[in-house]
Design a protein around this ligand. Structure first.
Ligand SMILES: NC(=O)c1ccc[n+]([C@@H]2O[C@H](COP(=O)([O-])OP(=O)(O)OC[C@H]3O[C@@H](n4cnc5c(N)ncnc54)[C@H](OP(=O)(O)O)[C@@H]3O)[C@@H](O)[C@H]2O)c1
Length: 349
């Protein structure tokens, strides 16, 4: 057998060394990011935070965590009674101020939505807003094929998850630019950024992918103006968004309590453009990345089809509304709200 030329061996060795160094550098910078100390948000960015969807789940827990770290809060939500409740809870447990702004995000881009944006601008006028958390989101109507619900349901989801997020950011950014500092956190989802696909939740995961893409470009755009933009991508957190009916189908160790998630999430503010705040979720995403896409796709489709079946069995009314929706006369998401039966989407991620 002919001997391998020395020049080829040394080229291969150099390439190998380059590759190992690149991997080591990436690993060490990642380690540094994980081990870094959380920022003092008040000193670094400003004394107020604006948070959307603070009335339940992740948003409620993040509001309390931000208040615990000394930030005053502008709470933006659609339900006056729930806003009052979270505002009173914060004021009674932490020495911070709160303001509330009523904004139903499903009305973004309508005249009422424009009024709400004006209210938000007025509320933040003159405040030292250092942090914005765009958290509000919906996964309704849950696990369904795209053609099974009236298009209005998808429009509503896009308005809440994507349009309102953009409008709120545009309303809060000018003050941050003026002050030359700020942090914007958009709550995306593993379904849009970590997983190869999310069938039967295609619009939901696509809106979450928008949050990630929007954040990535804004981060570059505003870095030199002193503003850190970040998209946080959780996998499963135990909130109203994850229905009790399908909770049993998840590995419990990977489903986080909102308070635990919020502690990690607030600690990550200002560190990295795209982050998975919880260690459990990072590990879960890594295990998923080991399987080939076609295997994962088949598994996730089957799982979501099971969720869809469970919901169809539990909520037979849905079938009727689907029938009507094909004529364009019934909006399934509105029916769900009115019936009070389905205040939750089957699952999210
Ligand atoms: N839970 C998960 O597993 C998971 C995973 C990945 C990403 N996420 C993302 O995390 C964020 C928070 O979700 P969550 O799990 O905490 O859900 P949640 O418990 O259902 O809370 C959603 C929040 O958004 C608000 N909201 C919903 N529709 C709104 C509208 N039309 N106008 C204004 N506010 C509205 C809700 O207000 P009301 O209290 O008035 O309903 C509530 O405060 C979402 O962006 C979601 O996509 C969640």
């Amino acid at each position: 057998m002919a001997a391998v030329p020395a020049w080829l061996l040394s080229s291969l060795a150099s390439l190998g060394a380059l590759y190992v160094s690149a991997v080591a550098i990436r690993f060490l910078s990642y380690l540094a990011l994980i081990l870094r100390r959380p920022k003092d948000l008040r000193c670094r960015y400003g004394s107020w935070a604006v948070i959307t969807g603070p009335t339940a789940g992740i948003g409620r827990s993040m509001s309390l965590e931000l208040a615990r770290r000394g930030l005053n809060l502008v709470l933006v939500g659609r339900d006056p009674a729930k806003l009052r409740d979270i505002s009173e809870t914060i004021s009674s447990t932490h020495a911070v101020q709160t303001r509330t702004v009523l904004f139903d995000f499903s009305l973004a881009s309508t005249p009422q939505g424009e009024k709400a944006v004006r209210r938000l601008r007025e509320a933040v006028e003159g405040l030292d807003v250092g942090v914005l958390v765009n958290n509000a989101g919906v996964a309704k109507p849950g696990a369904v094929y795209l053609h099974e619900v009236a298009v209005e349901a998808w429009v509503r989801m896009i308005r809440v998850n994507l349009w309102a997020l953009t409008e709120v950011t545009a309303a809060v950014l000018p003050g941050m630019v003026e002050r030359g500092k700020g942090a914007i956190v958009n709550i995306g989802s593993g379904s849009g950024s970590l997983l190869p696909s999310y069938p039967l939740y295609s619009v939901y995961s696509a809106t979450k992918r928008y949050a990630a893409g929007f954040s990535r470009s804004l981060a570059v755009e505003y870095r030199r103006k002193g503003i850190d933009v970040q998209c946080q991508v959780p996998l499963l957190v135990e909130t109203n968004m994850v229905s009790n009916d399908v909770k049993g189908s998840f590995v419990p160790q990977f489903v986080l309590a909102p308070d635990a998630y919020a502690r990690d999430a607030v600690g990550w503010i200002g560190h990295g453009t795209l982050c998975v705040p919880s260690v459990a979720h990072r590990f879960q995403a890594w295990t998923i990345s080991l399987s080939p896409d076609f295997g994962y796709d088949a598994h996730i489709l089957n799982k979501h089809l099971q969720h869809r079946d469970i919901f169809r069995r539990l909520r037979p009314w849905r079938k009727n509304s689907q029938g009507n929706s094909r004529n364009g006369s019934v909006d399934v998401a509105t029916q769900q709200d009115k019936s009070g039966v389905c205040s939750e989407a089957p699952t999210s991620g």
